[in-house]
Unconditional design. Structure first.
Length: 257
């Protein structure tokens, strides 16, 4: 049985603690900022630093190194250097939002992707949780984490803009969520270039201008950024489709919005 101690009683730490209990690990009581961390690595196979990124290095430094214990952090952006001076280091970043300990406990065991680096125990832990494992070394972690934030945080912020703009038409966000879900399904099944529809993709500048005319000026930077991204994707998809050696399917004639 894998024995684990977690430093950090926040959403990530409590989510992971619950998930590890569910898969049969021996999880020691969580440690918080008021606890003395010097002996935190003693008597466990794995010490998890589930603290904010800014506190990882100081937390690691406060723990006396133990040759037999793997020290792991959950950051997507940080490398393994922040875990000095521990001889066995690893990172384990779950590609999933953890809005609460209850939701996170289940989500961490739902087959999500884990980005790992360092000691092999991190991969073993991800597999134990039923996850899909990808390895991301220190030199690529910033790009990896930027993509993760765009896929999750930016998407949520974008739907917040949908909610505000929809209110101007007298509608709730719920009316648009099936559209958003369908778009994600299309990306998964067809690829982003083929899934793209709408006025920016088809070069309908008149419709885009009508949109801009009715939007609150505070919404325009976000809207314009979205249009620019859509145009870039459309141009890339068109160029790929025109390559004679490409085996990718040509975009289907479809438009949803």
């Amino acid at each position: 049985m894998l024995s684990v101690r977690i430093v950090g009683p926040g959403r990530a730490g409590r989510s992971l603690a619950g998930a590890l209990v569910d898969v049969g690990c021996d999880v020691h009581p969580l440690l918080g900022p008021d606890n003395d961390l010097k002996a935190a690595a003693d008597g466990v196979d794995l010490l998890v630093l589930a603290t904010p990124d800014a506190a990882i290095a100081s937390s690691a430094a406060a723990v006396a190194p133990c040759a037999a214990t793997v020290v792991v952090h959950l950051s997507g952006a940080m490398g393994l250097d922040v875990l000095a001076p521990h001889p066995r280091r690893a990172s384990l970043h779950p590609l999933a939002p953890l809005p609460s300990a209850e939701v996170g406990r289940v989500r961490l065991r739902s087959g999500i992707t884990y980005a790992v680096a360092g000691d092999p125990l991190a991969r073993e832990l991800a597999v134990l949780l039923g996850g899909r494992v990808v390895e991301v070394d220190d030199g690529k972690r910033a790009a990896y984490h930027a993509a993760a934030c765009i896929a999750s945080n930016h998407l949520v912020a974008l739907l917040g803009q949908v909610q505000r703009v929809a209110a101007g038409a007298g509608l709730e966000l719920d009316a648009f969520l099936p559209l958003a879900r369908a778009a994600l399904v299309d990306v998964a099944e067809l690829g982003a270039g083929t899934a793209l529809t709408g006025p920016a993709a088809r070069g309908d500048d008149a419709t885009l201008a009508r949109h801009r005319a009715v939007l609150d000026p505070e919404e325009l930077p976000g809207y314009d950024a979205g249009v620019a991204l859509a145009r870039r994707l459309a141009a890339s998809a068109s160029a790929t489709a025109q390559q004679p050696t490409s085996r990718r399917p040509r975009p289907k004639e479809k438009d949803r919005v």
